[in-house]
Design a protein around this ligand. Structure first.
Ligand SMILES: Nc1ncnc2c1ncn2[C@@H]1O[C@H](COP(=O)(O)OP(=O)(O)OP(=O)(O)O)[C@@H](O)[C@H]1O
Length: 654
């Protein structure tokens, strides 16, 4: 045996193949003439050709090694443990021990890495014994890892003109029908409440890791067939900047610390960290005729942030007043801010009613976006604001979304009771949600009213809201004829007819008023549906490019948990003979490569390639070298992956 050759032996508890540098002096006897003579135990040692090729051409031509008979092809020779299972030829020949200073940091381009077939099934990963053909480069696949419409005044559309019988313009009389009228107070100025960012807490990080200890099968190799869709680097690897920035801004808002010194309760039922969502100075805000305030607060049970709308000095007539809140809790609709719960409290020093809603960070209202004059936009001297006109397509999008929300509420036997530009939130681009639902039901519990009357009022409020949006003026609804003239000038006849329908009593026999509205806007609903699907496609495209990041981050977290754990130094499994040692060597292989001068190699592509192959659990083999350069281990990514899984699960199990 040449002095440079390695001795192979199989590890009892691991499929890794260990390669150990031989002792300085070979213990081979030397013949009389000074040349190496065949060792005495040669006939007891299994011929390596059998191991590698399955047969030996020289078996009958003088080969001195042991050849098992064909009847009993692989009886273990008495003193020479052989690797189990047998290794393919190229693998046995491949691992040549290279001292660290001569080691190439990246696999040589002349020996391209082996990849599993693109649609490799579970069976092709059968552990430990990859066939030579499965490893063959011919099946290899390169890893991919390195690698309003403003239709303004579109003209009259005869088909959508509502039924004349339903469209008689007979303005709805609120005063006669409703003892409660929501009178919005339109804010003029806002302050930005900002504070330093607190540390990010990760109470829910458990959900990132599945609880099952073992993989029943190899997960799909998503990264091998997720192809970037564009040549543009920016689009290939990251979500579009505008989406990323928007999401980051929302995340920052959620984590913003409340301003100290506001004299707010520290704990309010299950909520803490209260922060006002409106300016704290200036006039007290009103909700209808009640003084009100809106806060953001964190729920201590689920760690989520919610919005608390407080009505000051409210005395609950009966606990039954909360019955409607239960009904509202059940309504889950994409255009309604969900109601979570309601309670009364004395924590503010008075008797307050608090209704809790989902929080949509950085939401603004329709009023703030389309009605309130922005800085620099002042009255033109004739009382008209210089707000930009809402494109007709956007207007219809709002109308369809609000109509859909109103329909859901009416179908549930409830009424919205507040449909106003100050209470409809814009939570993302062109996405609106009706807020403050349920609260009027509690406030007006004692003045019970006929539900069909309330539902008619909802539609009238809806018509007013459209008028206000079209005219950019909060008083537009109080001058219906002027508002209709302006709508007629700026928008299609469909909009005008819809406003007329909503502000009149829609009374087609046997049909709910909201269903009549839905019929009127049907054509625009289809368009909205298409837009929504396009938006989903765009978001999916963005998500696709971020797929890799989350996956690799979770993998790195596992590494962080497992590596460098001195408390396990005496544990055999974590010592230099155990499986955990391989994880450490793999970490060194991925991150601590050095060049021929011993300088650290910082190569992100190498890291990404290794981590992706690890995550996919490929059968490709790598050689891991111990820090003292005295031993090498040949393992597959698949094996390393299983060691990491089991080490991590052991840590989790505690
Ligand atoms: N569920 C919510 N998620 C996020 N922000 C919200 C939520 N509800 C309300 N807000 C925000 O809180 C602020 C105050 O809400 P409010 O309903 O009082 O609006 P407003 O415009 O101040 O109306 P008003 O003049 O009647 O007080 C608004 O800027 C609104 O965007």
């Amino acid at each position: 045996m040449a002095s440079g050759e390695m001795v192979f032996f199989s590890r009892p508890q691991s499929a890794a193949v260990k390669i150990v540098a031989p002792p300085a002096k070979a213990q081979e006897p030397v013949g009389n003439n000074g040349k190496n003579s065949p060792r005495k135990d040669m006939t007891q040692r299994q011929c390596r050709n059998i191991l590698i090729y399955g047969s030996c051409k020289f078996q009958d031509k003088g080969c001195n090694f042991y050849h098992p008979s064909h009847d009993n092809p692989s009886p273990a020779p008495p003193e020479s443990p052989v690797p189990t299972p047998a290794l393919p030829a190229h693998t046995v020949n491949a691992p040549v021990f290279v001292p660290k200073r001569h080691r190439s940091p990246i696999p040589s381009p002349t020996s391209p890495p082996q990849y599993p077939p693109i649609l490799q099934s579970t069976e092709t990963h059968s552990s430990g014994s990859p066939s030579p053909t499965a490893d063959s480069g011919s099946d290899a696949v390169e890893s991919s890892n390195d690698d309003q419409n403003d239709n303004a005044r579109s003209g009259p559309v005869a088909t959508s003109t509502p039924n004349p019988s339903a469209a008689v313009f007979e303005p709805f009389n609120f005063a006669q029908s409703n003892q409660y009228e929501f009178v919005p107070s339109y804010p003029e100025s806002y302050e930005i409440v900002q504070a330093p960012m607190p540390d990010y807490d990760t109470p829910a990080n458990e959900m990132y890791y599945p609880t099952s200890a073992a993989f029943a099968r190899q997960p799909l190799l998503y990264h091998l067939y997720t192809q970037p869709r564009s040549d543009d680097l920016e689009l290939r690897y990251f979500v579009p900047d505008d989406i990323r920035e928007e999401l980051q801004r929302r995340s920052e808002t959620v984590h913003m610390a409340p301003v100290p010194g506001l004299n707010l309760p520290e704990d309010l039922q299950d909520y803490h960290s209260l922060a006002p969502l409106e300016p704290v100075s200036g006039d007290r805000r009103k909700f209808g005729s009640w003084h009100s305030a809106v806060y953001r607060a964190v729920n201590s049970k689920d760690g989520q942030t919610y919005v608390l709308r407080r009505i000051e000095n409210f005395r609950l007539p009966s606990v039954d007043a909360f019955t409607s809140i239960e009904a509202w809790r059940r309504i889950k609709h994409p255009n309604i801010v969900s109601v979570k719960e309601a309670f009364t409290t004395r924590a503010f020093g008075d008797s307050s009613l608090v209704v809790v809603y989902d929080y949509h960070p950085n939401a603004t209202t329709l009023f703030e976006n389309h009605v309130k004059a922005k800085a620099g936009q002042v009255s033109n001297g004739r009382g008209n604001r210089t707000q930009e006109r809402i494109p007709e397509r956007t207007l219809w999008s709002y109308i369809v979304q609000i109509a859909s929300a109103v329909k859901a509420v009416h179908d549930a036997g409830l009424s919205v009771r507040v449909i106003d530009v100050t209470k409809v939130l814009i939570t993302s681009k062109n996405r609106v949600r009706i807020s403050s639902c349920g609260i009027v039901d509690v406030l007006m519990y004692e003045a019970r009213q006929d539900i069909s009357m309330l539902q008619h009022e909802d539609l009238a409020m809806f018509g007013k809201l459209i008028s206000v949006l079209c005219c950019h003026h909060p008083n537009a609804a109080n001058h219906p004829q002027k508002a209709l003239d302006q709508i007629n000038r700026n928008y299609s006849v469909d909009v005008k007819n819809l406003v007329i329908s909503l502000m009149s009593k829609m009374n087609i026999q046997g049909k709910k008023p909201i269903d009549q509205v839905v019929d009127v806007i049907a054509r625009h609903t289809m368009q909205e549906f298409e837009e929504a699907q396009n938006a989903v496609d765009r978001l999916e495209g963005g998500l696709m490019s971020e797929l890799e990041n989350g996956r690799l981050f979770r993998l790195l977290c596992k590494f962080g948990f497992i590596n460098e754990r001195p408390e396990f130094a005496l544990d055999l499994r974590w010592s230099e003979t155990g499986d955990r040692y391989i994880i450490k060597l793999f970490r060194d292989y991925v991150f601590h490569q050095v060049d021929e001068h011993g300088k650290p190699v910082v190569n992100l592509s190498h890291v990404l390639t290794c981590l992706n192959k690890l995550d996919a659990g490929t059968d490709e083999r790598i050689m891991l070298v111990s820090p003292d350069e005295q031993s090498c281990l040949v393992v597959t990514y698949k094996e390393v992956k299983s060691y990491i899984e089991s080490a991590f699960n052991e840590l989790r199990a505690g």
